[in-house]
Unconditional design. Structure first.
Length: 579
């Protein structure tokens, strides 16, 4: 795709002439010339010494110039001087290398001749890297300026912009690393930004401040070092460990540095190309590793990062091939765009990982909050249970005190009074019955207080208390407990009310029914008291006198249903314990 786009291709410009035919001087005084067709490339030789070649072009203007003219050279290497019709219109500066810089040379329109014009171009450079000249233009300066500006922006201006961005990003990343020393990814990426500035200077600056051998070896070695630092960044960010690959790459870089130092300057450029070819192999290995471990990156982050990484490697390979080919068929170098793509994709990956970490931290905080809330609820329940235990212990203690007071106080007085009456042979059966009833009532109350609300136990105690009374009245007591009554939905006080209702029903049967048998029947859901007496009219007003109103009030108070059925064959009082 990159090859097909052919960014910066040299094509005809409307309103300008494209010159691509001329001749090259074969000797110093240019006595012999050979025809050439642009693009023209010198033969590559192992020589780092500067050399120059003179090219000549004859042309005629299509129209007489009526505005400022210019010569526009899209691509050449490394430097040039220009003479038009024997007049110098540009002299080269030996300190400059313009291999990646398009050149716009203004020309006074009076220098042009109406018929034939002779343009002499002296190219200067080093044969080890090759001299070249691409087709160039002559025409109105205003027309050529637009094309020159676009190519300048895509070339050296873009490289200089990339240098500024790399410095800014490098400083920011290293500053960030100083605050988070455990995150080595920031260190490696920051160092890669400063390393990129070296080869970006070669692409963006016109002047080199170091000798040819030193500068060529340095900027080409910086390409391999940049790839190594990016590899270290990726391994640190994704927590990968490939020690053999790292050591092999580091050894290759060290060997490249030593070889360039020891080798003659004539071979520096070609040795650098060979080592950079090995760098492409390492870059491809890293690309494969990233693909293998793609599960460590989110799908979208992996897609963006992998595409940018592949594009960066393609730009590097494209530029390497352009340097290696004696006659490259593409005229625009784009390698200086690679660091921008690379650092932005790495920052995207860092930001993505940061967002993922923030989300994970938010989820962790949410989980911790949920756990804290659950534990707080458990603690609250525990405190509530402890408080309930304390309350129940206090109630039990108070019950014990009340039971003791009732038993030792009122109970003792009732027993003493009843004993006194019997010892003195006082014949007052009403008083004795009242005292016995009061003693039974007191016993039931004491039993209920100490019983803690167990209905079955209360009924058992009630049976124990009433069996003597039934025997005195010649009644048979039929006790049927099929299962424990379920009163979990009722409080402890309700159990006492139930026992009171049962006691009242038994007392009514003893006193008023004339029955011979009283049956107490308990199931899970109900308790009933039945006798075989003569019965009564439940709806009659006199029924109130049998204590039925007290029974109804107690049942209503604790929220259970009460059903009283009385016929000539007996009476049944049934309590439904379930709501």
């Amino acid at each position: 795709m990159l090859f097909g786009l052919n960014v910066g291709r040299i094509a005809p410009i409307s309103g300008a002439q494209l010159l691509n035919a001329g001749s090259v001087c074969e000797d110093v005084d240019c006595a012999e010339q050979s025809p050439i067709t642009l693009p023209w490339f010198s033969k590559v030789a192992f020589s780092a010494e500067p050399t120059s070649v003179t090219l000549s072009f004859d042309f005629a203007l299509r129209l007489p110039p009526d505005q400022p003219q210019a010569l526009y050279f899209p691509k050449f290497a490394d430097n040039l001087s220009v003479r038009l019709n024997g007049v110098d219109i540009r002299k080269m500066d030996p300190s400059q290398r313009l291999w990646n810089t398009p050149l716009l040379v203004p020309v006074n329109e009076t220098l042009f001749k109406a018929s034939a014009n002779v343009l002499e171009i002296e190219l200067s450079g080093r044969l080890s890297e090759g001299l070249d000249l691409q087709p160039f233009y002559v025409g109105p300066e205003a027309i050529l300026y637009r094309s020159w500006a676009v190519r300048t922006y895509l070339g050296p201006e873009m490289a200089r912009l990339a240098m500024v961005l790399m410095i800014v990003f490098g400083v920011a990343l290293l500053a960030l690393w100083t605050t988070q020393r455990n995150e080595k990814a920031f260190l490696w990426l920051g160092l890669s930004c400063f390393c990129a500035c070296i080869f970006l200077a070669h692409y963006g600056l016109r002047t080199t401040f170091l000798p040819y051998k030193v500068w060529t070896g340095t900027w080409m070695l910086s390409v391999g070092l940049y790839v190594f630092l990016i590899m270290q960044f990726e391994f640190a960010l994704l927590r990968l460990n490939y020690p053999r690959l790292t050591r092999a790459f580091a050894f290759t870089l060290g060997a490249a540095a030593v070889t360039k130092i020891l080798a003659p300057a004539d071979y520096t450029f070609h040795l650098s190309l060979a080592f950079n070819l090995a760098t492409i192999v390492f870059a491809f290995s890293v690309l494969c590793i990233i693909y293998i471990h793609r599960v460590l990156i989110g799908r979208m982050d992996f897609t963006i990062f992998f595409i940018c990484l592949s594009l960066s490697m393609t730009l590097g390979l494209n530029d390497l091939i352009a340097h290696m080919m004696p006659n490259p068929i593409r005229t625009m170098h784009l390698f200086h765009v690679m660091p921008i793509i690379m650092v932005l994709s790495c920052l995207w990956l860092i930001i993505g990982r940061a967002i993922q970490a923030i989300r994970s931290q938010a989820d962790m905080v949410a989980d911790q909050t949920r756990i804290i809330e659950e534990k707080s609820a458990e603690l609250h329940d525990s405190f509530a249970r402890l408080a309930e235990v304390d309350r129940m212990q206090a109630i039990a203690k108070e019950r014990a005190r009340i039971t003791s007071d009732l038993h030792d106080g009122i109970g003792s007085h009732l027993v003493s009074t009843l004993s006194y009456i019997r010892d003195q042979d006082i014949e007052d059966q009403t008083l004795v019955s009242a005292l016995e009833d009061a003693l039974r009532e007191l016993s039931l109350l004491v039993d209920s207080v100490s019983n803690d609300g167990d209905v079955v136990s209360l009924l058992g105690m009630l049976r124990l208390r009433l069996e003597g009374l039934l025997a005195q009245n010649g009644l048979q007591f039929d006790w049927r407990i099929e299962s424990d009554p379920k009163v979990d939905h009722l409080d402890g006080a309700a159990s006492l009310h139930i026992a009171r209702i049962v006691q009242e029903a038994i007392s009514n049967a003893i006193k008023h029914s004339g029955a011979s048998t009283i049956t107490v029947h308990a199931t899970t859901t109900s308790i009933s008291v039945t006798d075989n007496g003569r019965g009564f009219d439940v709806e009659a007003r006199k029924a109130v006198g049998y204590g039925l109103e007290s029974i109804r009030q107690r049942a209503q108070q604790i929220g259970i249903s009460l059903k009283i059925v009385s016929t000539s064959e007996g009476t049944s009082v049934r309590l439904c314990l379930q709501p």
